[in-house]
Design a binder for this molecule. Structure first.
Ligand code: BGC
Ligand code: NOJ
Length: 822
């Protein structure tokens, strides 16, 4: 069952009823000011950091879900026979009065909610103009009836006291510090501005309001909720000024609408900073200096400026997405690759795993491994931002090559509370840097001087950071010559040194044994991939002699994997602290894990001797389900002290045998490594959100983005997704589909053309911008093969090695004709 439909032409998902199984969310903002917005306008916004610069309050896990956020109310003033006042929310929530019509369009960086009750049609368009730290709520009202309508419009926002964690916990202080100012109809939230903050929030309106409220209690009335505020009941606000308690912003605007007429009201919610020496106006007073803000407000109160800003946003996305467009025989693939996957990768790039419907914005900063992997798919979208991110990540690297697990976006410093010790983290930086270099050819990056742990004076070229990252693994090998696992590798929940028996203790941060025994086969595979990248990097960087060392280290690691990491039919996962295998037929539960099958085969292990095929056949037989591939089997049915968090989840959820979508593309890529395009594409379709749209009632999460997890077959709700939006699945699925299945793969020498597609496809076309050229690629498959390139012609000339090199290509458009077959 569906709750809406895709509108590909406008690049929107159209939600046709407000009561979706979960709030279906979109993101606003592309640069520094971000917001989450649901299909009923719930959600919140923040400037850069979802914890430390939260603009408005949001109640996670509330009942009903998502009942506060960007609130607009409409009230019919007179003319109703009934004495009861008629008021409603055009976005349905928070009043939830049934609407005669409703539609929400989530587009790229904006959301439009339209509805109608009786003769009054309303449409609200929400977006963040490029380059600004504010969001616009652009409300249009139309009177479709034949009588004059006297309406009141109320807006409402509940300000958060900046630090979202403190806001939810420190009431003895917080309920006494709230401060606002109101001037010219603009509500300024200035809590803590009197002391150390130089930023404030504001809520403005294009019309002169007839009233306002800034004290929550005054607007809502005692013991009332957002669904039935006293101000709506009475039809008036009380011009309250918040002193402590809960500061809010609410405007009351009157609209007189003759039949057939419409009216437009623009609300602006934003964040603004003043230089520390210019906080007050007049100087010496305690009044917020608004001088640099007022021109911005002036501008966006004008509808024409709002329209122009919206147009700018549309063009921005047209430009970004046009860098890579495909047309294949599969409409779901086209839709996901051409629209939503790129869009989701922008969200994961911007927000890492910090703020979503499942991440409260207070728990996590920018994850080192997460953001590194996000870059794998993002690099072609905005290469300059990718470059900056690589340097930011490397700046938090520790001198021993290890890394903090996260850094805070506001300070760009490593997060001490979480610390380090996740032994995969540094290796991802190598993969991400290589992806950027292959996309752009920008070799200067490797010479950039970057400090360690943000410490001035410790700078080395980025290339050395990568060398140290590789070294970090080699300095930590275990009894079988495999990498020690540390706190965890990619799988945060396989905690082989943790041994936690204390309720509530965090598996990620609690003191771990300084383990010298537990090893990871997955890390060995990742190390092989990273060392292959280092070999390529060394050559590219003019240091070919370095490659010998990497090659030798890789050869030793490969030997260790075959000696201890192969279980007969698949790769083992790890060795525990007693030296016993994990992910082996010898185990009672958790006999086979997905991660090493993917990573080791991608790294090339067993491709020539049938062992890769055996491993992937084992995946197909034991882990594949119609909803995607499970993380491991059999699920852990009880808690294993020596395995940690993985066995804390009920069977079928998350890392305990859930379908952890992030890992599925690894198997797709591995399948292409052995030439099985049909199988690779079949796996792709199982998790492609668009291909799952028809079962939205089962899937439950948004049908336009990947979710981190889909419940596995051991779970009562097999097929139900959770944790949508912020997941490495977005970048990895994009890489798997575009680089390995479609086979358009950036390499140092150019764009390699090496498709491994379903044999039923007659071909596909793509438009790919690459190093300043536009490649119009047409792949034909007359012999219906999965893989094998018979010929590649660029502008009619056959090219060697199936690589489109840009060195001899002028800027501009070029045709690339590809024929598959023997
Ligand atoms: C989740 C993991 C996540 C980890 C770190 C665990 O509870 O299951 O998926 O990586 O927390 O936040
Ligand atoms: C989600 C985390 O964000 C990611 O870092 C981790 O690799 C996976 N969970 C698997 O545990």
């Amino acid at each position: 069952m569906r709750y809406g439909r895709f509108d590909d032409e406008h690049r929107e998902y159209v939600i046709e009823r407000p009561d979706t199984p979960l709030p279906w969310v979109n993101y606003l903002g592309c640069e520094a000011y971000f917001g989450l917005i649901s299909n009923t306008a719930g959600g919140y916004s923040f400037y850069q950091d979802a914890r430390l610069r939260r603009i408005n309050r949001f109640r996670y896990n509330n009942a009903p879900l998502d009942a506060s956020g960007r609130m607009i109310y409409l009230r019919q003033e007179a003319s109703r026979a009934s004495s009861e006042p008629l008021y409603w929310s055009p976005a349905w929530q928070p009043v939830r009065r049934p609407l005669d019509e409703y539609e929400c369009r989530h587009g790229l960086g904006y959301t439009v909610i339209r509805s109608r009750l009786g003769a009054i049609a309303a449409s609200v368009r929400y977006f963040v103009p490029l380059g600004e730290s504010l969001e616009i709520w652009d409300l249009s009202l139309t009177n479709l009836g034949d009588r004059r309508a006297q309406l009141s419009v109320f807006s409402a926002i509940e300000f958060c006291l900046w630090d979202a964690w403190d806001d939810q916990t420190n009431y003895q202080r917080n309920l006494s510090i709230g401060e606002v100012e109101v001037e010219g109809g603009v509500i300024y939230h200035k809590t803590e501005y009197r002391e150390r903050r130089n930023h404030y929030a504001y809520f403005a309106c294009s019309q002169d309001p007839v009233g306002f409220d800034t004290q929550r209690e005054a607007f809502l009335g005692p013991y009332r909720g957002w669904d039935a505020p006293a101000a709506l009941e009475s039809g008036t606000t009380s011009n309250s000024i918040a002193h402590g308690w809960q500061p809010i912003g609410a405007h009351h605007v009157r609209v007189d609408l003759p039949p057939g007429r419409d009216s437009r009201i623009i609300f602006l919610l934003g964040y603004h900073e003043n230089p520390p020496g210019e906080k007050f106006d007049p100087p010496g007073s305690q009044t917020v200096n608004k001088r640099s803000l007022l021109p911005i407000l002036e501008r966006y109160r004008r509808p024409a400026e709002v329209d122009a800003a919206f147009q700018g946003l549309r063009e921005y996305w047209d430009g970004l997405l046009s860098r890579f467009q495909v047309r294949t025989p599969d409409p779901d693939t086209n839709r996901t690759l051409n629209i939503w996957n790129g869009y989701q990768m922008m969200a994961t790039f911007n927000i890492s795993r910090a703020a979503s419907s499942f991440e409260s914005g207070i728990g996590r900063g920018i994850g080192f491994r997460d953001s590194s992997q996000d870059l794998l798919g993002f690099v072609h979208l905005v290469p300059t931002r990718a470059r900056r991110r690589l340097l930011d990540l490397a700046t938090t690297q520790l001198p021993n090559g290890g890394t903090y697990h996260q850094y805070q976006p506001l300070t760009k410093r490593g997060n001490h509370a979480i610390g380090s010790g996740f032994h995969d983290d540094p290796l991802w930086l190598i993969l991400a840097t290589a992806a950027y270099l292959k996309e752009t050819g920008d070799g200067d990056l490797l010479d950039e001087l970057v400090p360690y742990d943000n410490t001035p004076g410790t700078e080395t070229p980025l290339y050395e950071h990568l060398q140290r990252a590789l070294r970090f693994t080699l300095d930590r090998l275990g009894p079988h010559g495999l990498p020690l696992i540390g706190r965890a590798d990619w799988n945060d929940c396989l905690n082989l040194n943790c041994f936690s028996d204390t309720p509530g203790e965090s598996f990620q941060t609690t003191a771990n044994k300084d383990g010298e025994i537990a090893e990871s086969v997955f890390l060995a595979g990742l190390f092989l991939l990273a060392s292959q990248e280092m070999i390529g990097l060394a050559r590219f960087h003019g240091r070919p002699a370095d490659a010998d060392g990497y090659r030798q280290a890789a050869a030793e690691m490969e030997r260790a994997v075959w000696k201890a990491g192969w279980d007969g039919r698949w790769f083992r996962r790890a060795f525990d602290d007693s030296g016993r295998p994990v992910g082996s037929k010898e185990c009672e539960e958790g006999q086979i894990y997905i991660e090493p099958q993917g990573i080791c085969v991608i790294a090339g292990l067993g491709i020539d001797d049938g062992r890769a095929r055996a491993a992937l056949d084992s995946v197909a037989a034991r882990l594949a389900t119609p909803h995607g591939i499970l993380l491991q089997q059999p699920a852990y049915s009880r808690y294993y002290l020596h395995l940690g968090e993985i066995s804390s989840y009920p069977p079928g959820y998350k890392e305990n045998a859930g379908i952890f979508c992030h890992t599925n593309p690894w198997i797709m890529i591995a399948e292409t490594r052995i030439g099985r395009g049909d199988q690779a594409f079949d796996y792709y379709r199982r998790i492609n959100p668009s291909a799952r749209e028809a079962i939205s009632d089962v899937h439950k999460c948004e049908p336009y983005v990947y979710a981190q997890m889909i419940a596995g077959r051991d779970a009562p709700a097999h097929g139900e997704a959770k944790n949508s939006w912020l997941t490495g699945s977005a970048a990895w699925a994009f890489v798997a589909m575009t680089q390995w299945i479609l086979g358009l793969r950036p390499e140092y020498g150019g764009l390699r053309i090496d498709p491994c597609i379903p044999s039923s496809w007659e071909g596909f076309t793509a438009r790919r911008e690459f190093r300043g050229r536009v490649l119009r690629i047409e792949v034909r498959n007359p012999h219906r093969v999965c893989r094998g390139v018979a010929e590649v012609k660029v502008d009619g000339q056959i090219v060697p090695a199936n690589i489109v090199s840009t060195t001899d290509l002028a800027e501009g458009e070029h045709s690339v004709e590809v024929v598959l077959g023997p």
